[in-house]
Design a protein around this ligand. Structure first.
Ligand code: CIR
Length: 264
């Protein structure tokens, strides 16, 4: 068993833009505080860097309010990067902005050209497969194009459902290690993780499901005590990161980075 699904040499992040106040959100819970978001973002980036990985921090991109959520722009596999085609019209252009940064680090960069749509937040890569959730942002045509692109690289894609009303598949789950997934009970109930070990988020703590395993750390949003205790007891090296401002825009730990180890 290798552990390529959570060992990373690189991550790309992008500083939040001042235009974040115009970012997309399902429910308006108030304007994000940019200064606090920048502080949380700096903690997040420092935690990734502390694992020894190279962190590429991109400048803020004002024309795209949601551009801090870089995960949605690409799928980064060891063999190459796939530039996504975001299903949110205001985010479509973010993918092209990311492409040159991936080309600087990868030998192979390919793109979803459409007509389908797909966002990185709907994609969970495990040791054995790539799970892709259909959602309001990711459709069957987008997934079909992804399958055509990554099958020649030896990857197996499984199409699953994102629970209704949930933004992205990974809003409700994350990979903790080669065999273990942190998931909300509502997503795990669908059976999509049968064959994996599943750890449930604590009662009323669905928002803790969007965490990330990055090398020896698990980065989880602060403020979810039951889930944090469970992860701690299970032996994960937990780092809690403030997420109050990104949460106002339906963002969490995974959205804030692209994580990868390009094959030489
Ligand atoms: C959006 O609605 O697209 C952003 N406000 C949040 C994106 C979060 N991304 C993610 O979960 N991968």
């Amino acid at each position: 068993m290798t552990d390529r699904s959570f060992r990373f040499s690189h991550a790309i992040t992008r500083r939040p833009a001042a235009s974040i106040t115009a970012g997309l959100r399902a429910v308006d819970t108030g304007a994000p505080d940019l200064a606090l978001m920048l502080a949380h973002h700096a903690d997040y980036t420092a935690a990734l860097r502390a694992t020894g990985a190279t962190i590429v921090e991109l400048d803020a991109l004002e024309p795209y309010p949601d551009s801090v959520f870089v995960e949605d722009t690409a799928l980064c596999l060891p063999e190459g990067a796939v530039v996504m085609r975001p299903g949110a019209p205001s985010r479509l252009g973010e993918a092209a902005e990311m492409a040159p940064h991936l080309a600087a680090l990868y030998g192979q960069v390919v793109s979803i050209t459409g007509p389908g749509f797909i966002e990185g937040g709907d994609i969970l890569v495990t040791e054995r497969e790539i799970l892709v959730g259909r959602s309001a942002r990711t459709d069957a045509a987008g997934i079909a194009e992804l399958i055509r692109l990554v099958t020649p690289w030896g990857h197996k894609v499984r199409e699953v459902e994102t629970p209704p009303g949930v933004l992205h598949f990974k809003t409700d789950c994350s990979l903790l290690d080669a065999e273990t997934i942190l998931a909300t009970p509502r997503l795990a109930a669908s059976g999509c993780f049968d064959g994996y070990r599943v750890i449930h988020t604590g009662e009323g703590e669905e928002a803790a499901a969007n965490s990330i395993r990055f090398n020896d750390l698990v980065l989880a949003p602060a403020g979810f005590l039951r889930t944090a205790e469970t992860l701690d007891r299970a032996g994960y090296n937990l780092r809690l990161i403030g997420n109050s401002e990104c949460a106002k825009l339906d963002g969490g730990m995974s959205c804030l980075s692209l994580r990868f180890t390009p094959h030489p």
